[in-house]
Ligand binder design. Structure first.
Ligand SMILES: *Cc1c(COP(=O)(O)O)cnc(C)c1O
Length: 223
């Protein structure tokens, strides 16, 4: 068995039922993705539109591509043309509006997650929990015509402090639950994407339903 297949097998074994594994393949070649695919993996995460566009035609058509990087509005159309299964990194209302408009034009349904910013050290992309709560309190999603908001995505602080990482994950999960309570009529809002190679077991303990694992599957990235 290849190392990649072995890594996937071990991670899958450690995940409870109902937690989706997204193999983050950014900066890894199509051959590595094919190896993971041959091991049964179908969900892959990419962070750049150009890179995704280059990979899609080289790989099987039944892959579910997740877009996980910062998305510029001028790349939305190209991304949607690649038919991503899920755009995990919607970080502004403006981006969401552009996605919706382009999805209408293309006659597709965009599935998205709202990215939460909770990590405390650096400025990163995403809504604050308060901003996101406000968006749902105002029922902004009702304006969307071709976009399905499926849940939230977030990252913990980049630290070794397990307590702090757990605090971040708990804040993401509690924001998700607050939104569900605020909008009980919201359909298919069921995904909490959090947890990466170094912290996914803790994320799962805190309520993650989707982990995004790169290095622990494919090894270090060559930038
Ligand atoms: C790169 C990346 C990951 C995967 O990180 P690893 O540490 O390699 O597992 C997960 N989520 C996002 C948003 C990323 O950009």
């Amino acid at each position: 068995m290849s190392t990649i297949a072995e890594n996937i097998r071990k991670i899958r074994e450690s995940l409870p039922e109902g937690v989706t594994l997204v193999a983050v393949s950014k900066f890894h070649p199509a051959e590595a993705i094919q190896e993971a695919y041959n091991a049964g993996q179908r969900n892959f995460g990419e962070s750049r539109v150009q890179e995704l566009a280059a990979k899609v035609p080289q790989l099987p058509g039944d892959i579910n591509w997740h877009f996980i990087g910062h998305l510029q509005t001028n790349k939305v159309k190209q991304l949607l043309q690649l038919r991503p299964a899920l755009i995990e990194s919607v970080d502004t209302e403006r981006l969401l509006d552009v996605i919706d408009r382009e999805a209408v034009k293309l006659g597709v349904t965009a599935r998205v997650l709202m990215q939460l910013h909770v990590a405390r050290e650096e400025t990163k992309f995403g809504f604050s929990p308060d901003e996101l709560m406000q968006y749902f309190a105002d029922r902004g999603f009702e304006r969307l015509q071709a976009t399905h908001v499926c849940g939230v995505m977030g990252m913990a602080s980049n630290t070794d402090d397990q307590t702090r990482i757990a605090d971040d994950f708990n804040l993401i999960a509690s924001t998700f639950h607050d939104i569900c309570a605020q909008c009980p009529d919201l359909r298919g809002f069921d995904t909490v994407s959090m947890g990466m190679s170094h912290d996914y077991p803790l994320a799962v303990d805190c309520g993650s339903t989707m982990v995004r694992v790169g290095t622990a599957i494919f090894g270090e990235r060559q930038y």
